[in-house]
Design a protein around this ligand. Structure first.
Ligand SMILES: NC(=O)c1ccc[n+]([C@@H]2O[C@H](COP(=O)([O-])OP(=O)(O)OC[C@H]3O[C@@H](n4cnc5c(N)ncnc54)[C@H](O)[C@@H]3O)[C@@H](O)[C@H]2O)c1
Length: 261
């Protein structure tokens, strides 16, 4: 018996065309799930990413692209409608889309603050709310996953609004878990560390002061392989995690053990 078999499950992941999202998508699909990749990227770009994921030994009919801004309630509903028409209502909805900006707190532009809260906090709430309403109305169980970060509890310099957004997502996850448990709807979070692709890697490559700090902040010593994040998703999507709700699965190489610097 394969306890990590996701056959028969449909997973919708926002921000699924991003660097970590692609690895999560490939991993879940390789274990039998149908994965609906939501992102704001233009259709051609999103479809090309999904085709590349399907090239990694994943049957092409297990992954598909559904464009839409997860922070826009109408777009979130359209996305859920389209996935439901294709594969049925997803049993798992992963609120994974995110962005980061780096500025000292005294210089942080408020328009960037507003955008970041929209992408990280509002998009997660909008998509989670839309999915939970459908599960509650249908009387079916469901699972919400939220991608937070080790910095949800750590004041990592120059990204204070991002830290706050991840703390908000963690609290929001616990709220969904607490309120919806009687309806069989669960919610958990995955908190990665400093991953060697995507937003952290962009900062690592372009900001020497970030790189110097990050090098000191990882007790296990190396940038995180995105596969380790995908493995945490696989576990939480599987029946092995069926009794988990309201939990944060920290997969961060020990980053959160240290005060950095
Ligand atoms: N890279 C890291 O080190 C790291 C560490 C901890 C947590 N995370 C989190 O993991 C997630 C993915 O990060 P990544 O490094 O792969 O970044 P990424 O920039 O490669 O991917 C983010 C994706 O989200 C999409 N997106 C943005 N706004 C959206 C919206 N409104 N609706 C739908 N999609 C939207 C983007 O187009 C992009 O494809 C984020 O939530 C991030 O905060 C990343």
């Amino acid at each position: 018996m394969n306890l990590l078999d996701l056959t028969g499950k449909t997973v919708l992941i926002t921000g699924g065309a991003g660097a970590i999202g692609q690895v999560i998508t490939a991993t879940l699909a390789a274990h039998g799930a149908q994965v609906a990749v939501n992102d704001v990227l233009p259709d051609a770009e999103g479809q090309a990413i999904v085709a590349a994921v399907a090239g990694l030994d994943v049957p092409a009919d297990r992954v598909a692209y559904f464009r839409g801004d997860a922070a826009d309630p109408a777009a979130a509903e359209r996305c859920l409608d389209a996935v439901t028409a294709a594969w049925g209502m997803p049993q798992v909805v992963a609120c994974h889309a995110g962005m980061v900006d780096a500025y000292p707190v005294t210089e942080y532009p408020l328009d960037r603050f507003d955008l970041l809260m929209q992408v990280n906090v509002r998009a997660a709430f909008v998509m989670a709310q839309a999915a939970a309403r459908r599960w509650a109305t249908a009387g079916t169980p469901g699972l919400l996953l939220f991608t937070t970060s080790w910095v949800q509890d750590v004041p990592w310099p120059e990204i204070t609004p991002y830290n706050a957004s991840k703390a908000a997502m963690k609290t929001m996850m616990r709220g969904f878990a607490r309120e919806l448990a009687p309806q069989g709807i669960r919610a958990n979070a995955i908190a990665p560390g400093i991953v060697g692709v995507g937003m952290a890697k962009r900062q690592w490559d372009t900001d020497p002061s970030y790189r110097a700090r990050a090098q000191k902040a990882i007790p296990l010593g190396a940038l995180q392989d995105p596969q380790s994040v995908a493995n945490a998703f696989l576990f939480l999507c599987s029946d092995l995690a069926a009794y988990m709700t309201g939990s944060v699965l920290l997969v961060d190489g020990g980053c959160s053990l240290y005060p950095m610097d």
